[in-house]
Design a protein around this ligand. Structure first.
Ligand code: PLP
Length: 474
């Protein structure tokens, strides 16, 4: 047998072991610490082993127990960052996608996979009220934002042929760091990303935005795009999309919506996203609020021709690869990626298995959990609500009763509380945000496993950690 080939019976036996390991792990989620008992020194000791010259065979799988034991699990009480919970039907599809190993460059190379990816992208677009959009799946919101801005730049200040010329992009001061990265990578430069102030609800100030565009135009600069946030990472604020669309239209600018956190919530609360469909491009992340396993971002665009102008490097993007419009389709003409994994399969299986209504209900439950947490914080005099948004992020801090500390001391204390809560108690996992100079504890629900009881545990754990964090400063 050629090297690397394994007998079918061995594959079945190994797959059975991994399936059992996975199922046992899922069964254990509720009992597990929300952050593993581990350290940097320990993960180095366990995993930084020499490369084996001769294979271990099935014994290699024994190392997987350590991988699970030293991983932050997708716990019901994980409410940190913005990261989805990993829906298991989608995980099963991921195994098959890897076995099939399609290269989803173009229909001619992956017929079913291309049809399925185009279908699920269409489903997502329709589910958020943007049925006139098409697009593709990618690694995540950062890649989607980069591609969206590459399209904007090629549409408004073409650079592919002659190189970049100075141009200006607008976003709110709350915009995600991936937008800063994208303007840097595209050669637009950080100094040409105008960070416009926000109103009291952390939404971009439309008047200030208009004024900034006017000023740049008067100064002979070239405004090209406005990035609206549909769910800022800190507080879930949604910029006034309709007003941004009006401005973009009036000034002839590209409108990109960074919906990596929030756009999928339009499945449950479309009224919060009025104007979304007027964008030129939208990034969103099924690996956040559609609970898919990681490596599932999505870029939607209104005009696929604009994507081909930005990304086709065959020089003849008007010419189809085949006379048949379906068989001639190539994702590499509309994306920066060439070799691409079959990301569509997990969405296809997961959405067909559960149905859209189940996802809508899960998103509604996340929103309800955020409101529940806000209510519990307001009821507790030792806690202060710092920011709440229309989505599922809640920022608060421990202030004590009576409140005797100033902001600087509270910042230090809350940081210590968070460390104690995450690493010592490890019953819940939340993260932090800096809001107007205040160190805030931040819970963000994009987790289909969280129950009402888990939400209450967050408050209990913060209060309990506060007792110890003072005694055990970092
Ligand atoms: C998470 C996030 C991103 C980046 O998405 P990745 O999938 O992590 O690359 C961009 N914008 C916002 C608002 C986000 O929440």
């Amino acid at each position: 047998m050629p090297s690397l080939t394994i007998p079918s019976a061995d594959f079945r036996a190994l797959a059975d072991r991994i399936t059992r390991l996975s199922a046992d792990f899922l069964d254990s989620l509720d009992q597990r610490r929300s952050f593993p008992q581990t350290s940097g020194a320990e993960t180095e000791r366990i995993f930084r082993v020499p490369l084996a010259e001769h294979g271990l065979g099935a014994a290699a799988l024994e190392g997987l127990a350590d991988v699970l034991a030293h991983s932050r699990p997708p716990s019901p009480r994980f409410a940190a960052y913005v990261f989805g919970s990993g829906e298991p039907i989608a995980a099963l599809a991921d195994l098959l996608a890897s076995v099939l190993n399609q290269n989803v460059t173009a229909w001619r190379s992956a017929p079913a996979a291309v049809a399925i990816e185009r279908t699920v992208v269409g489903w997502i677009a329709e589910a958020i009220g943007c049925q006139h959009f098409s697009g593709s799946l990618c690694g995540g919101g950062s890649s989607a934002n980069l591609m969206g801005l590459a399209m904007a730049r090629e549409a408004k200040a073409a650079a592919n042929q002659d190189g970049a010329r100075p141009c200006v992009v607008y976003a709110s001061s709350e915009v995600h760091m991936s937008i800063g990265k994208a303007v840097a990578l595209l050669g637009i430069g950080h100094k040409n990303l105008r960070l416009i102030p926000v109103d009291r609800e952390f939404r971009i100030d439309i008047t200030a935005l208009d004024r900034a565009i006017e000023e740049d135009k008067r100064a002979g600069k070239t405004p090209i795009a406005i990035v609206a946030s549909a769910g800022t990472t800190n507080t879930g604020a949604i910029d006034r999309l309709d007003a941004v669309a009006d401005l973009a239209q009036r000034h002839g600018l590209w409108m990109h919506v960074d919906g990596a956190y929030g756009a999928l919530a339009a499945i449950a609360i479309p009224e919060q996203f009025v104007g979304l469909g007027r964008a030129d491009s939208i990034s969103l992340d099924p690996h956040k609020w559609l609970y898919q396993p990681a490596d599932c971002g999505c870029l939607l665009f209104k005009d696929a021709g604009r994507a081909r102008v930005a990304f086709s490097h065959t020089g003849e993007y008007a010419r189809p690869l085949s006379e048949d419009p379906i068989e001639g389709f190539a994702f590499f003409e509309e994306s920066m990626e060439l070799s691409r994994r079959f990301r569509g399969l997990k969405l296809w299986l997961s959405l067909r298995y559960h149905g859209l209504a189940a996802f809508r209900e899960a998103i509604q439950a996340d929103l309800r959990h955020a409101r529940q947490l806000e209510a519990r914080i307001k009821q507790n005099p030792r806690l202060e609500l710092i920011a709440k948004g229309p989505l599922s992020a809640v920022c608060f801090r421990y202030v004590g009763q009576p409140r005797i500390m100033d902001d600087a001391e509270l910042n230090w204390w809350n940081e210590a509380i968070l460390h104690y809560l995450q690493r010592v108690r490890a019953r819940v996992y939340i993260s932090n945000a800096l809001i107007d100079g205040k160190f805030a504890l931040r819970a963000c629900f994009v987790n289909h496993r969280t129950t009402d009881r888990d939400v209450d545990v967050i408050v209990d754990e913060v209060v309990e950690s506060a007792k110890h964090a003072v005694l055990n400063p970092r």
